[in-house]
Design a protein around this ligand. Sequence first.
Ligand code: MN
Length: 210
Amino acid sequence: MSSLKEYREKRDFRVSPELAGLASKEQSKRSPSRIYVVQKHQASRLHYDFRLEHNGVLLSWAVPKGPSLDPSVKRLAIQVEDHPLEYAQFEGVIPDGQYGAGAVMVWDIGTWRPEQDDVADAIKKGELKFTLRGKKLRGSWVLVRTPGYGRNARNSWLLIKHGDRYASKRDITVAQPKSVLTGRVLADITRDGSGDVTKAATGDPPHRHR
Ligand code: MN
């Protein structure tokens, strides 16, 4: 069974500009390096979707506060359904009434490398160490499973930066709020698509409002 089943069931591709996804084997032959992407998503609640390519799909976590470069800061990351690889390039507006309605920005993109030999085993054990090579996020990180509550009891993780030369106290989400593909903020993306620009702008840093 395709691990994209849940992804596809949640969406109506006749209405949403998102992609249904190719068969994963077909796609993975085309991409020898592992994709890493963070998509800033102004859905009912603002969050950052953190995605790592593994076995032909994008493993995905929703990070409400976004990544932090400070190793003393642990950011909650809720694992969500796998996404197709092509989703990494998706930037636009998911229409009202659709799953995840709102603006999606490619906030960071690049490649990643696991620091463990067996990624599936690391995920099963609840501790995945990896190195990012993005435009904004770089160096060593870890995702570690944590006891969660309610419906997130079994899919709660923490995203933590390891101490290295890319660690910093600087708030990267505020310092670098724009799309790495188009230079747009959420309000720009919404204005170019369809939807509520004022609502989208609430996800942009205050000095970016216009
Ligand atoms: Mn999302």
